[in-house]
Write a protein that binds this ligand. Structure first.
Ligand code: SAM
Length: 326
């Protein structure tokens, strides 16, 4: 096995695999008008997904996150979990979901091998949740989080996209929620996408505002572990859960990048904000192509840049994050 790495000494053990662009929510910052099929090629089949996962596992991928779009909308979502969990070398299968199927399926997915869940929940307030996501099922999502906590998942995290004048003032409600629950809430700074420029201008706010509030209330920043993701984590002795901050606009955010993405139509994205994806699908039709696929991964990784160019307003090809699994 030759580990995937790049020119900057970064090793890649983590793959975010999008299995669909479709989504049933209408989050204002992502798909405000809802998902509309755009005549693109069909999404990867289960066999193609198996070949992607197997090839990545052979070059050192240990963790697979199944994402989308809304990944749980796929009829074969259970099969995707099972195949990823049974791939030699993969020790963690995670998913990012809006949670609408979680209450009914938390146990089943766990039994199939899912070990970590991130649930998007942009507000504890029912009305604001509806306003941001375009969906009224907040209670169902909350029930799903409770079900996941009872099931024994290694980690349950809540993703909150931090939005000025909307949820950025709601830190107290989020803190109350994790006082007695072992849940990590991660505030993600709103990222500028091709279709979301006006929204970005209106609602982007730095995660530093949350950091300052936490520090003034006795929260302390946890030391970073070698395999930690991009979040800065904060703990407090009176709270069971933790708070994480994901600040893509912060200096050195990319230095710890350990993730690669494959889109739902089989393109490799070396960064969430690169100009274009690298075609893999021509090598996904048959098991015999695996050595060639692995060679292409190594070759392309040599081209990965040091950092994204979001600071210069360059959002690359990314029109919205549902297209390549944010
Ligand atoms: N449908 C799933 C969900 O709702 O979590 C998975 C896909 S969604 C694209 C993945 C994550 O990206 C979610 O937590 C979402 O809130 C976040 N996201 C989408 N667009 C974003 C943006 N412009 N800036 C920051 N985060 C964004």
């Amino acid at each position: 096995m030759t580990q995937l790495n790049d020119r900057f000494g970064r090793e890649f053990h983590y793959l975010r695999l999008s299995i669909t662009d479709a989504c049933n929510f209408k989050c204002q910052y992502c798909l405000p008008d809802g998902y509309r099929p755009d005549g693109k090629p069909r999404f990867l089949t289960l066999d193609e997904i198996r070949r992607v996962v197997t090839a990545f596992a052979q070059v050192g991928t240990r963790k697979i996150r199944i994402t989308g779009g809304e990944p749980t909308m796929r009829k074969d979502f259970n099969d995707v979990i099972e195949l990823a969990a049974n791939t030699p070398g993969v020790n963690t299968v995670a998913t990012t979901t809006n949670g609408y199927r979680l209450a009914a399926n938390a146990q089943r997915w766990f039994d199939l091998g899912l070990s970590q869940i991130n649930v998007s929940l942009d507000s504890m307030d029912e009305g604001l949740f509806r306003q941001i996501t375009g969906d009224g099922r907040q209670q169902l999502v909350l029930d799903g989080i409770e079900a996941a906590l009872e099931t024994g998942y290694r980690r349950v995290k809540i993703n909150v996209v931090l939005l000025k004048d909307l949820n950025a003032q709601q830190l107290p409600q989020f803190l109350e929620y994790i006082r007695h629950r072992r849940v990590d809430i991660r505030f993600i700074e709103l990222m500028e996408t091709g279709l979301g420029q006006d929204y970005f201008q209106k609602h982007h706010i730095s995660g530093q505002v949350i950091k300052q509030q936490l520090l003034s209330q006795g929260w302390t920043e946890d030391p970073r572990g070698p395999d930690d993701g991009p979040a800065l984590n904060f703990s407090h002795p009176d709270f069971a859960g933790r708070i994480g901050l994901i600040m893509p606009y912060a200096k050195d955010f990319c230095a710890t990048c350990n993730r690669l993405r494959v889109s739902s139509i089989g393109k490799l994205h070396l960064c969430l904000f690169t100009e274009c994806g690298i075609e893999l699908r021509d090598l996904l039709g048959h098991d015999d192509h695996q050595p060639e696929l692995i060679a292409r991964l190594h070759e392309q990784l040599r081209l990965k840049g040091a950092t994204h160019q979001l600071h210069e307003g360059l959002t690359g090809v990314t029109q919205h994050l549902a297209s390549i699994g944010g």
